[in-house]
Design a protein around this ligand. Structure first.
Ligand SMILES: Cc1cc2nc3c(=O)[nH]c(=O)nc-3n(C[C@H](O)[C@H](O)[C@H](O)COP(=O)(O)O)c2cc1C
Length: 138
């Protein structure tokens, strides 16, 4: 059986919500990166994070820098943002530089103040969970 982990970073709790919804479906307890999870032999790591001023959170960037490519085989990105166009570019570049393949990225509708208020909603969560579940079956 493949070993799956879910790591998230959040400011307004959307990524936490997403990580927990995915975790429930995959029977995996998600890790807040602030708890400094240490991973041994991970087949698939989901990294869940939002976008702030076009960027990922510095703490998430530091966490990704600390990943060991001998221990993490591949990563899938779940990105939450209000524009629904931003991606976790810096995170992807760091992973690629480490030779950790990013197998796919899902962009989830987030919100910012009144813009797209109410997102991520039930349907947004379901989309992200379905995306994550499909990848876990590969
Ligand atoms: C300070 C701040 C800056 C943001 N900047 C962007 C941005 O540049 N682009 C975007 O699409 N969304 C932006 N957003 C929206 C967040 O990416 C979105 O709400 C995301 O779901 C937040 O994830 P979190 O709740 O896990 O922190 C911003 C939100 C905040 C609070």
């Amino acid at each position: 059986m493949s070993k799956i982990h879910i790591a998230y970073a959040t400011i307004t709790k959307h990524s936490k919500k997403l990580a927990h919804a995915i975790g429930e479906r995959l029977y995996v307890k998600p890790d807040n990166i602030l708890d400094k999870p240490l991973y041994e032999a991970v087949d698939l790591l989901y990294i869940v994070g939002g976008i702030y001023g076009g960027e990922s959170l510095p703490a998430l960037i530091d966490f990704v820098k600390s990943l060991d490519n001998n221990k993490v085989k591949k990563v899938a990105l779940i990105t939450s943002c209000a524009s629904k166009i931003h991606v976790q570019k810096t995170i992807r570049t760091i992973l690629e530089d480490k030779n950790i393949p990013v197998i796919d990225e899902h962009i989830c509708q987030g919100s910012f103040l009144f813009f797209k208020m109410g997102h991520p909603n039930k349907d947004d969560l379901k989309e992200a969970v379905d995306f994550a579940f499909k990848l876990s079956e590969r």
